[in-house]
Design a protein around this ligand. Structure first.
Ligand SMILES: Cc1ncc(COP(=O)(O)O)c(C=O)c1O
Length: 341
């Protein structure tokens, strides 16, 4: 069996790690085993046994609803903290309703399945948790959601930083537009919807940018390819509203709460014009994968002085402490998972 030493925080993209990972413990110099396991068809199995058929409906038509959740390893406390697990599953089940998907699990069941799988895998490092509800019927040429069976699967992988850059990033306004909610349910993390994000991210990367900002069909700002967007001008923070076709991010909600409670700042949810971005003092992106990511350049213009601004810096520091279970006031957002249990 192949044994791989875990690289920890250097993964910059979601990577399935097959087989068994050897992990060196800091204390004592011993090796422990972490295993790549999945929850698949109702059971916990080694990841290489969690396979779907080439006939699977979701593979052909993008008929799946998923989540991205982070487990943040706190080395001082020797504990994993899963950030806002319930809220992720609540959003996923809302999305499954839109897509006429039924699975036999409640939010509580899904949380339990997740914490059990994290313990089974045993990664003592930051992880990405990917649940998916998908149209599992092995059938093509049927576009009637109500006739197609659904299933739930879950994987957990080691995961470091998503946007591989130090400090503020460079963004471009994408030539792709965010679909309108009249075309696709934009508040649902629907796999089919991510084609647009992937085209935009690919274009940005090939052009030498770190991230793409997508506009709506009417030219107002929607969001990043996988993040919500905030701008700060004259001490006022704004973010595109729910009717701007953006995903209502759980990080977005957390940042709105932290800005209000801890900085005493109001965040206005509204329609944002493209040119406002060029005049902003600060812009930052938020998302489970991207955390709080400062934007230093947009379309060859510097944002503020091109460096990380003070509001972004303080929200980012606060957020990083909250998600790792280091902020007593926000512990209800964190589900602790002890690997020794
Ligand atoms: C398109 C899009 N917008 C926003 C977000 C941020 O959402 P959250 O903070 O819930 O991760 C994501 C994250 O997956 C996303 O894919």
């Amino acid at each position: 069996m192949l044994a791989i030493r875990s690289g920890g925080d250097i993964l910059s993209c979601l990577t399935a790690i097959p087989f068994i990972i050897m992990r060196e413990e800091l204390n004592g110099g011993t090796f422990e085993m972490a295993q790549a396991m999945a929850f698949f068809k109702g059971n916990v199995v080694p990841i290489e046994q969690a396979n779907v058929s080439v006939m699977t409906h979701a593979l052909h038509y993008g008929t799946a609803v998923f989540e991205g959740v982070r487990g943040n390893w706190n080395a001082d406390q020797n504990e994993m903290f899963v950030f806002r697990l319930r809220e992720h599953y609540e959003r996923m089940l809302r999305g499954s309703k839109v897509m006429l998907m039924d699975i036999p699990y409640s939010v509580d069941d899904l949380c339990d399945i997740t914490t059990d799988l994290i313990r089974s895998c045993g990664y003592a490092e930051d992880i990405y948790i990917r649940p998916i509800i998908y149209k599992s019927e092995e059938l093509v040429a049927n576009l009637k959601l109500h006739q197609l069976a659904s299933d739930f699967a879950l994987i957990v992988v080691p995961f470091g930083s998503y946007i591989d850059t130090e400090g503020a990033i460079k963004c471009c306004t994408s030539s792709w537009r965010r679909p309108d909610d009249t075309m696709m349910p934009t508040g649902v993390k629907l796999t089919g919807l991510y084609t647009t994000s992937i085209l935009a991210k690919t274009e940005a990367d090939l052009l030498g940018y770190d991230e793409a900002i997508l506009l709506n069909h009417d030219g107002t700002v929607s969001e990043g390819s996988g993040e919500n967007l905030f701008l700060c001008q004259n001490g006022r923070i704004s973010t595109p509203s729910e009717t701007s076709n953006c995903l209502l991010g759980i990080t977005r909600d957390s940042i709105i709460t932290l800005a209000r409670n801890e900085l005493g700042m109001e965040i206005v949810e509204r329609h944002v014009h493209r040119s406002e971005l060029y005049l902003a003092d600060e812009i930052f992106l938020t998302g489970t994968a991207a955390h709080v990511t400062p934007v230093g350049y947009l379309d060859e213009r510097s944002v503020g002085d091109g460096d990380v601004g003070p509001v972004t810096r303080s929200l980012s520091e606060m957020y990083n402490s909250v998600i790792r279970g280091n902020h007593s006031k926000y512990m209800e957002w964190c589900t602790p998972v002890s690997l020794g249990d």
